[in-house]
Design a binder for this molecule. Structure first.
Ligand code: NDP
Ligand code: ZN
Length: 352
């Protein structure tokens, strides 16, 4: 089979490989919709997970099952499925302890395009199919379905980590596709004011559509000053970080109320340390929490989030700004993600 791969750090290309083998608990799928991710860009061009040789990229897909292992109960060839980007080993102790995404080691629940070939191939392998796949709901838009792989669960995880409660004033820093889903999650969890930080117009428009009450443009001034002014000097109770850099934590601590929580889902790609402003952190006694997390993954989460889509409560299909047809077009779709033109939110590739 052919697949679009990371050849080494900084280089991509098409490779020929054996079709993956199916274990007794596993499934082999073919993709029917694919999306590249900012994480694929970090993997190839920033060397984020170290070097990989000829590893097929991609972890966001909707699939059709072509083969299942002898112990798979709930799926059969021909089923159309939602595929979670994070596919933990559900029997592992880390999973039993509540941290499935770290089963097998820190971040090791992330297998596609990390420890094994990803989904940008003619076929891909899914471990523990019963626990990591979900049936594609009848009539669901393929763009929305593909966003349930990663953008929806990761954006929603930011809201879980920040522990958003009704009435909270919330800042969402970064409103690319992940942050936009965090805005939607904050709105669903009952946030009062949602201050969405970004600069691209189409992202800002969609943030308002998804429930943001105010856009804060980080290119037009210090976001701490802007958010302190909007909150009459009080700051916010909760912050979701889905963009920015190491300095973003410094800003977040400064605009966070005592007792507040910061949920980070942003990938931090540079530097050895993160600065926390000492005095604004209450000299260590301000009860200002920072939690960063990889989203948990798995079937239950996919089914619950799919329910929000079919009930019309969230509209992740609105993230799709660019559409392609055919597996060969994962290459230009990924390049689009790398170049990030200002009208891009998320590309989608449909495969017949
Ligand atoms: P995008 O690049 O599309 O969005 C980033 C956002 O951050 C944009 O809104 C951008 O603004 C904003 N931004 C950039 N610099 C700053 C700054 N200095 N201050 C404030 N805002 C800033 O990324 P994605 O939405 O695709 O992904 C977001 C992050 O989530 C990535 O790091 C990705 O790797 C990570 N991720 C994490 C996962 C997890 O499980 N934890 C899974 C998937 C992704 P502008 O409008 O100017 O572009
Ligand atoms: Zn992704």
């Amino acid at each position: 089979m052919k697949g679009f791969a990371m050849l080494k750090i900084g280089a991509t290309g098409w490779v020929e490989k054996e079709k993956p083998a199916c274990g007794p608990l596993d499934a082999i799928c073919r993709p029917i919709a694919l999306a590249p991710c900012t994480s694929d860009v970090h993997t190839v061009w920033a060397g984020a997970i170290g070097d990989r040789k000829d590893m097929i990229l991609g972890h966001e897909a909707v699939g059709e099952v072509v083969e299942v292992g002898a112990y798979v109960k709930d799926f059969k060839p021909g089923d159309k499925v939602l595929v979670s980007a994070i596919t933990p080993d559900w029997g592992a102790l880390a999973s039993q302890g509540g941290y499935a995404m770290h089963s097998g080691g820190m971040l090791a629940g992330w297998k596609f395009s990390n420890f094994k070939d990803g989904v940008f191939g003619e076929y891909f392998h899914v471990n523990e199919a019963d626990a990591n796949l979900a049936l594609l709901p009848e009539g669901m838009d393929l763009g929305a379905a593909c966003m349930i792989s990663d953008m929806v669960p990761t954006g929603f995880h930011g809201a879980e980590l920040a522990d958003i409660q009704y009435g909270d004033n919330v800042a969402v820093i970064g409103i690319g596709p992940v942050g936009l889903m965090s805005v939607a999650a904050a709105a669903i969890r009952g946030a009062a004011n949602i201050y969405a930080v970004g600069s691209r117009k189409n992202c800002a428009d969609l943030a308002l559509d998804f429930g943001a009450t105010k856009i804060v443009n980080y290119r037009e001034g210090d976001i701490v000053e802007q958010i302190m002014e909007l909150t009459r000097g009080e700051g916010v109770e909760k912050i979701i970080v889905a963009g920015g850099d190491n300095d973003t934590f410094d800003q977040a601590i400064r605009m966070l109320k005592p007792g507040g929580k910061i949920g980070n889902v942003n990938y931090l790609g540079e530097g050895d340390t993160i600065k926390i402003p000492r005095v604004e952190w209450g000299c260590g006694m301000g009860h200002k929490q920072i939690v960063g997390g990889l989203m948990p993954g798995g079937r239950y989460r996919s089914e619950m989030l799919a329910r929000l889509v079919t009930a019309g409560r969230i509209h992740p299909e609105k993230l799709i700004t660019h559409k392609f047809n055919g597996l060969e077009n994962v290459e230009p779709a990924l390049m689009l993600m790398k170049d990030k033109p200002r009208d891009l939110i998320k590309p989608l590739v449909i495969i017949d």
